[in-house]
Design a protein around this ligand. Structure first.
Ligand SMILES: *Cc1c(COP(=O)(O)O)cnc(C)c1O
Length: 377
């Protein structure tokens, strides 16, 4: 620092990073978009410019790759940005098999945007291996699985679909947002790619958007996705990465507690005369309960949906009578939410009119059950 410099120069130089050799226990936030080049032209840790790479993003990516048992992870600014990169990594003329109840915006993105870029798709019932087999074409490049699915909590046999994908030279992708790696690790079941909306359980507090792509191997597909991440720039901010990484520190505790409460709520609702049906893979009455028991561990998740006895209006009325379940979209936060899903997905959606989707939070389980009791009473 030179004392002769003028005020403006001092203002700049005195506030640049001067802290070397500090060893913070937890991760600082590296907002700097650019990094100092060494005299020989190299960069420490290969951090050059934050669109290409940033310490906060690197820590998040390493963490999620490890938790999902993959070789490499790429983080994005939202789940949909990650999903967009997946489709961009395919080529015109490729065919995708999607679940008929795939996360609604994935269907919208493929059908509204990527068909114009030459991608083809077929929607199937992912619980029916024959239907998936019949949908395979010579140009099928990717099979997309969401298990449990949204919002009907259908379960797909990941191992079986993985075998089918492998024998047809297609990639198997699993959207693991709902179970999280605490309850399900698709790469161990044979998936090639795992994606996450980190907005949900990873973040865990409904205050950050994020997305991740984990790949089993650092192969050509991985390199292509890495290239798309850095060239198209849909990257998360350092603060977003910090928030998601902070959420991951309590992921296991939150998922375990929320899952226990959801199981309790599901078994309460199953016996209620105002409830026509409860969709929860932990119930023995669930049509794919045994598959869920085989491929999930630690429980069956903190998401469920119910069909209220009655029509759309009855379901809406029940949602509005709940005090501890906020009527809002999204899921995976510490607060419980309830949503009339069909009105979010629009008139074309296959979701029943009387379905309410429930995201169970960290409130006391007895309080949450009592809340449903009064709302249905
Ligand atoms: C929310 C969600 C997405 C999309 O993620 P965003 O972070 O909202 O872009 C994708 N898949 C599933 C299963 C989701 O719940």
């Amino acid at each position: 620092m030179n004392k002769e410099w003028h005020f403006e120069t001092q203002a700049i130089k005195s506030t640049q990073n001067q802290m070397t050799g500090i060893r913070p226990v937890n991760m600082p936030i590296y907002l700097s978009t650019t990094f100092i080049r060494n005299e020989d032209g190299s960069y420490n840790n290969n951090f050059i410019y934050s669109r290409h790479g940033n310490p906060n993003r690197q820590i998040l990516e390493n963490s999620v790759a490890r938790l999902e048992k993959g070789e490499v992870c790429y983080a994005f600014s939202s789940g949909m940005a990650a999903i967009h990169a997946i489709f961009q990594s395919l080529k015109a003329g490729d065919h995708i098999i999607l679940p008929d109840d795939v996360y609604y915006n994935v269907y919208m993105l493929v059908s509204q945007v990527f068909t114009r870029w030459g991608l083809e798709f077929t929607r199937v019932d992912m619980t029916d291996i024959n239907e998936i087999t019949n949908a395979i074409q010579s140009n099928t490049a990717l099979i997309w699985v969401e298990s449990p699915s949204n919002p009907q909590l259908k379960i797909t046999d990941i191992k079986k679909v993985a075998e089918l994908a492998r024998s047809n030279h297609a990639l198997l992708l699993v959207d693991n947002t709902w179970p999280s790696p605490v309850l399900q690790q698709p790469i161990e079941l044979g998936a090639d790619i795992v994606i996450h909306s980190a907005t949900k359980y990873f973040g865990g507090h409904s205050d950050v958007l994020g997305g991740c792509i984990v790949l089993k191997e650092k192969n050509d597909t991985a390199r292509r996705i890495g290239q798309i991440q850095s060239l198209s720039g849909g990257v998360p901010s350092p603060f977003d990465c910090w928030l998601v990484a902070r959420g991951i520190q309590t992921l296991h505790l939150r998922i375990m507690a929320q899952t226990r409460t959801a199981a309790k709520l599901a078994s309460y609702l199953v016996g209620h005369s105002m409830i026509e049906k409860v969709n929860y893979p932990g119930l023995e009455s669930h049509p794919q309960h045994l598959i869920a028991a085989k491929q999930m561990r630690n429980g069956y998740g903190a998401m469920l949906s119910v069909l209220v006895r009655g029509d759309r209006e009855t379901a809406m009325k029940v949602a509005n009578k709940l005090n501890l379940f906020t009527t809002a979209t999204s899921l995976g936060g510490v607060e419980s939410l309830v949503e009339h899903r069909k009105s979010v997905e629009g008139p074309d959606s296959p979701t029943p009119d009387n379905l309410l989707r429930i995201s169970v939070g960290l409130e006391n389980a007895d309080d949450l059950v009592a809340d449903w009791e009064q709302a249905l009473g």
